[in-house]
Design a protein around this ligand. Sequence first.
Ligand SMILES: *Cc1c(COP(=O)(O)O)cnc(C)c1O
Length: 389
Amino acid sequence: MERFEKAERLKQLPPYLFKEIDRKKAEVKARGVDIIDLGVGDPDLPTPEHIIGEMKRAVDDPSNHQYPSYSGMSDFKEVVARWYGDRFNVDLDPGSEVVSLIGSKEGIAHLPMAFINPGDVSLVPSPAYPVYNIATLFAGGESYFMPLLGENDFLPDLTVIPEDVADRAKLMFINYPNNPTSAVADLDFFRRVVSFSEKHGILVCHDAAYTEMAFDGYRPPSFLEVDGAKEVGMEFHSLSKTYNMTGWRIGFAVGNSEGVAGLGAIKSNIDSGVFQAVQRAGIEAISGDQACVAEMNRIYSGRRDLMVQGLREAGFDVDPPRATFYLWIRVPGGYTSASLATRLLEETGLVVTPGNGFGEPGEGYFRIALTQNRKRLGEAIERLKGLKF
Ligand SMILES: *Cc1c(COP(=O)(O)O)cnc(C)c1O
């Protein structure tokens, strides 16, 4: 018996599907097996030095030690607006259309509190980053899941969303380049999203955490590039993956001014903004030398090529992604996502993420994150080749 009864919002949390994998991982590790963890989407390489240097300078400056402005330093917001102009040709007003975030997860998690009442619906992709659904539940809303299927290039089919669901929907979450499927979206898809949300009065939240992690010359677009997008939508960005800054906690949301203001109103009552020294480092990341981004993409695309070839030689069916550091791989016949992940862990010490952990339509796939060096990936391939399916 627990002494303190949990609130309904915790009791209604969906079962944690990685629990079984976590338990087995600990068990296999205890047996002394050398684990190669391809499960987590956390860059293995350090934050670039010029960003660390700026952080060190900013920490020494007492003007950065006090409470920051809730919505972000004006210098930071101006740099973000300028970057949007240069990178996507999108005009943003730094005063009303940009808010800094303590990582994009924080903003995504708080947004439903600003726009969802009990009984309201969020349209949520599945498989997906879990925060869209959980944040909707925490706000008392319901998620309507839009399956991302291989036959639709992992884009949601908006034409099959029932009319009454669309009319109850207040928010729609989308995410391209996509985690976990590594799919990309073009402007045509974003145009369909804009007309759908115009028709049903929905605020679109595009999670754009991976727009800068792309290969072979491909440049992922912003949702806000589409005509009318700023009237219906916002975009969430993260410095975490682009600049190897997952631990620093900085991101930003931009776009629709009512969306930005609503999120800002929730945040100003919960947190007090991002440490200014971290925002200074963020300014250096966004406006400084971008050679580090090109270098990271070169490293990831090399790892992608190595791994795709190795997986194919080991008998797996996988397409090389144009963006993100994930591979989304079909499980071989006779296996489920979970049974394959278990076999890989027990017989090879490889940790992969079973696709159904991101939502039921992810069943039949597993995800690998390219966040190990080439030597470790090569070792992973050798172990996979030793298995018979
Ligand atoms: C990593 C990730 C985030 C979170 O990034 P932070 O800025 O570190 O909070 C958001 N969305 C997706 C899809 C991610 O993979």
